[in-house]
Design a protein around this ligand. Structure first.
Ligand code: MN3
Length: 197
């Protein structure tokens, strides 16, 4: 049985960029529902020795309840970990990798923002580490992610939810403004750790 992952900071600690009410609903309603429905989709299946990452890597993409909810469970768990109201920073070695892949941190942000804006409808934007250590930006629809079979990218190290439920209360239809504010609360310590780990 999977449990709703805890968020290690308070709902209001990402203010004013992400508002407390959105954080609370997003976690206690949306993420809770993905978690409950993941458990339902796994009823009668023995996954006791499997991590969510393993489940995702072997998932039957035709099993829509499992695909949507295993994705929703994992994507949000990672998303919360990648946000912080504290000042965080990129390590020098990781910054060098970013510069190699994108030219600069500003260019990385610009490309990621462009990708997140171009995802039509609901989905996610990802920064991924490829097997050769280089970086790639991809987007996925609905709750899909780059760990799933047939989806390109690599290992996710930065994630952004672009479903309207992630920003509608505060930003309504202004996805660009939501993304712009997201950059103020990215937990670069965690991004660095995921890249270097
Ligand atoms: Mn969401």
């Amino acid at each position: 049985m999977f449990e709703l992952p805890k968020i290690l900071y308070s709902y209001d600690s990402l203010e004013p960029y992400f508002d407390a009410k959105t954080m609370e609903i997003h976690h206690t309603k949306h993420h809770q529902a993905y978690t409950d429905n993941l458990n339902k989709a796994l009823e009668g299946v023995d996954v006791s020795n499997m991590s969510i990452e393993q489940i995702l890597s072997e998932i039957d993409m035709n099993n829509m309840p499992l695909r949507n909810n295993a994705g929703g469970y994992y994507n949000h768990k990672l998303f919360w970990e990648l946000l912080s109201g504290d000042k965080t920073s990129i390590s020098q070695p990781f910054e060098n990798v970013i510069i190699q892949s994108f030219g600069s941190i500003e260019n990385l942000k610009e490309s990621f923002t462009k990708a997140a804006l171009s995802r039509f409808g609901s989905g996610w934007a990802w920064l991924c580490k490829k097997e050769d250590g280089s970086l790639e930006i991809v987007t996925t629809g609905n709750q899909d992610n780059p760990l799933m079979p047939g989806i390109e990218g690599g290992t996710p190290i930065l994630a952004l939810d672009v479903w309207e439920h992630a920003y509608y209360l505060k930003y309504q239809n202004r996805r660009a403004e939501y993304i712009e504010n997201f950059w103020n609360i990215v937990n670069w310590n965690k991004v660095t750790e995921l890249y270097e780990g």
